[in-house]
Design a binder for this molecule. Structure first.
Ligand SMILES: *Cc1c(COP(=O)(O)O)cnc(C)c1O
Length: 433
């Protein structure tokens, strides 16, 4: 910023240094905080629901590393598992028991996943899943939905929500038109649009890939019957249904959104929570489809660090810690407490806003329109959101720095943390115009 270097915060100084050697100063675009008119806050450490920055300021965290930290930061069981694992080395490039243990647990908790493959990111999981769907169906086209994000593989960068919506980018240069043309991006929550696409290309569509609950345009819930309708259409036209549960897996319920809505996909993508904060992704589904992957079949997919022992250990410890009964009821209770508190603040301001929530996730959109798809999300006043965000930061609340990202609640946010956030929110929105 314009301050002289001597009065700059440590974060500002670090960002100035970072900008010289890292493109944009960050390793993932939304972290740059551009759309909220701020420079990034550099984090020194995190514990429980709190982040501590390098200037010594602390925040109640609602980003949770964008989803993985459902148990809060530095959870003792996760750290202990990592400490144990690291004594055995960091990577082998040969099988280890942790991979099997995590695969078994994932397949048990998500019954539609009869077999699974571990990869290193959600991007890789989604990219591999559509390759497999194309191979299995011998078709080329993919249906996705406006505002859904499935990682940054070429086929997905068509109206892809969050990072791109934040920066006002519709699609990405560098993706050949020949590839974009194979991706049909349709409005979310609109079954008729999907029906029309299948009628137009009955033999060409390999799969529908969807975030069953959209978290990457801000939070958007599926209308009643929407997901069941997608399942029905995919089956009718011989296409596969891929649920991208990288964000919702083990967050909205122990079995993800597919359990919540009782939908059986052909393939599922996972990531975030299953790595306990380490790099991870996974995709899996029906055995006969998964058996097409090399070395059993001809579909190639590999990874030097896939099934990394540290990621497996952290993920396994995190999933096991989520298993006691009452876990998701507690998360739902905390989410509802926050959502109800925020909704009640509407009487304190003339500025209209929408609150959308589901177990462990919440969004506030500064619009007077109900948000059901990307188009309605885009009616939000992003300048107002930026002001709101900066006020929240000043009060020690680290809300996602984008109108088009969901916020995440962890199991260690206390009632007091939530109530403090509601007060901060009330103050912030009452000062908006
Ligand atoms: C985060 C996310 C991805 C991408 O995962 P990365 O690990 O960032 O590559 C894919 N799909 C959804 C729904 C996500 O939320």
């Amino acid at each position: 910023m314009s301050q002289p270097v001597l009065t700059a915060t440590k974060s500002e100084q670090a960002f100035a240094k970072a900008e010289k050697v890292i493109a944009g100063g960050v390793n993932s675009p939304v972290r740059a905080c551009k759309s909220v008119g701020a420079t990034p806050i550099f984090i020194d450490r995190a514990d429980g629901p709190y982040l501590h920055d390098i200037d010594g300021k602390s925040y109640i965290d609602y980003v949770g590393s964008w989803g993985p930290m459902i148990l809060g930061h530095s959870h003792p069981r996760v750290l202990e598992a990592l400490e144990h694992a690291i004594q055995h080395g960091t990577s082998y490039g040969a099988p280890s028991i942790g991979e099997v243990d995590l695969a078994e647990l994932v397949c048990r908790l998500v019954p539609s996943m009869e077999m699974v493959r571990m990869v290193c990111s959600g991007t890789e999981a989604c990219m591999s899943a559509i390759r497999l769907a194309r191979a299995y169906t011998k078709r080329k086209m993919v249906i996705k939905f406006d505002g859904c994000y499935h990682g940054h593989a070429d086929s997905f960068l068509v109206r892809a929500g969050s990072g791109l919506a934040t920066l006002g980018i519709a699609s990405s240069p560098g993706v050949p038109e020949e590839i974009s043309k194979l991706t049909l991006s349709l409005p979310y929550n609109d079954l008729e649009a999907v029906k029309k696409a299948f009628e137009k290309f009955p033999q060409e569509i390999a799969c529908i890939i969807v975030e069953p609950i959209v978290g990457n345009s801000g939070l958007i819930l599926p209308k009643e019957g929407y997901l069941a309708g997608l399942r029905e259409l995919a089956t009718k036209y011989g296409a596969l249904l891929i649920l991208d549960e990288v964000m919702t897996g083990f967050r909205v319920s122990a079995g993800g959104a597919q359990k919540l809505y009782n939908i059986t996909p052909d393939l599922t993508c996972l990531g975030k929570i299953i790595g306990g904060g380490l790099p991870v992704g996974a995709y899996g589904g029906r055995k006969e489809i998964m058996e097409m992957i090399a070395p059993l079949g001809p579909v190639y997919q590999a990874g030097t660090l896939a099934g990394n022992p540290l990621s497996m250990a952290a993920g396994l410890a995190q999933l096991k810690s989520l298993s006691p009964s009452g876990t998701y009821e507690k998360l739902e209770f905390l989410t509802k407490r926050l959502a109800d508190g925020l909704i009640a603040c509407q009487s304190k301001t003339k500025v209209p806003f929408q609150v959308v929530s589901v177990c462990g996730m919440i969004s506030v959109f500064f619009t007077d329109k109900p948000v059901v798809d990307l188009e309605s999300a885009m009616t939000s006043n992003t300048e107002r959101f930026g002001k709101f965000w900066r006020k929240m930061i000043d009060s020690g609340t680290y809300w996602p720095p984008s109108q088009f990202e969901s916020a995440f609640i962890s199991l260690v946010h206390s009632n007091r943390d939530i109530d403090e956030t509601i007060s901060a929110f009330e103050q912030a929105v009452s000062q908006l115009d």
